[in-house]
Design a protein around this ligand. Structure first.
Ligand code: BT5
Length: 281
């Protein structure tokens, strides 16, 4: 019988030298035991999904300097686009946590905390989180996180955590990609940064928080998440799959759901949706 072949998109250009440099610099035990780097690919999440068929050990990381089909979360049945020009950092981590499928979205929150911690502690960039997993500075998006899971017979096979960070992306480039409402580390700091250094910090911080999450679920991390959340206590508008709701973002529960208090004082638990920052009218 033929061994299943991983189909890498034909426009992918590998970058094994970069993988070596990162591997040498990285100080982790699980995340990044294997690293595959690309100068360009379609989407690192797609590559990770292909690899999940053959790669049984969790922690493989796929990193690209540019993506031609970077994507965000689903909007209806279509994914939103993630603009992925050179200068940005695009990475996907293959995980096999022994958690229930309904806990998998929490990994996006874990990742958002990790990136926010790195931006704050290593680079002095005061990014906050827009629930569930956008990182913003003064209302401008600097990073997005996309988790995609696979289940069979009600249990989780794997989760892929995809991270897009605007590191050395210029204002002109964001404008060209119709993302003027975005920002980058370069724009915030006025200086270019090493992509290697940024990804190593992110993977090291993510590993620390991931191991904590596996041991204790979100409970030990909720305090950090809440303190980074931009919308807590504020009046927000939220678009879910089937309705638009308005109310006060009261809290985040132990599954990472948003607790929204509506104008009639009733309380709703929101599992997923898009927060539109809003002033009460
Ligand atoms: C996200 O989706 O923010 C998740 C983005 C995840 C990207 C990573 S890159 C590595 C891995 N491989 C992939 O293919 N994806 C992951 P969402 O919350 O749906 O936000 C998407 C929205 O963000 C878009 O509709 C734009 O409004 C905005 N956006 C797109 N590209 C942007 C950029 N480079 N900077 C700032 N905002 C952007």
């Amino acid at each position: 019988m033929n061994k299943p072949q991983t189909q890498f998109p034909s426009n992918s250009i590998k970058d094994p030298e970069w993988a070596q440099v990162i591997k040498h610099r990285l100080d982790t035990s699980v995340i990044g035991h294997k690293i595959l780097c690309y100068k360009r690919t379609s989407s690192t999440n797609d590559l990770a999904k292909d690899l999940a068929g053959t790669e049984k050990k969790e922690g493989v990381v796929i990193i690209a300097r540019e993506q031609t089909q970077g994507r965000g979360r689903l909007h209806g049945d279509q994914p939103r686009k993630w603009y992925s020009p050179p200068g940005g950092l695009y990475a996907s981590i293959l995980l096999r946590p022994t958690i229930s499928p309904n806990q998998a979205p929490s990994l996006a929150l874990v990742c958002a905390i990790a990136v926010a911690n790195v931006l704050r502690k290593q680079y002095n960039i005061s990014a906050g989180i827009k629930w569930p997993n956008d990182l913003l500075i003064n209302d401008k998006k600097i990073c997005g996180v996309l988790t995609e899971g696979s289940t069979s017979n009600g249990s989780l096979n794997h989760v892929i955590v995809g991270i897009g960070i605007n590191v050395n992306v210029t204002t002109q480039s964001l404008r060209k990609g119709a993302q003027s409402s975005g920002t980058s580390m370069l724009i915030e700091l006025g200086t270019e940064l090493s992509l290697t250094e940024v990804i190593c910090h992110v993977l090291e911080e993510f590993e620390k928080l991931y191991l904590e999450f596996i041991e204790h679920d979100l409970s030990k991390l909720l305090h950090s998440y809440r303190s980074l959340l931009l919308t807590l206590g504020q009046w927000i508008k939220i678009q879910t799959i089937d309705e638009t709701l308005e109310g006060i973002a009261q809290d985040i529960d132990s599954n990472g759901s948003l607790i929204l208090q509506l104008a009639d004082n009733s309380v709703r638990q929101i599992y997923s949706g898009e927060v539109i920052m809003s002033k009460r009218v």
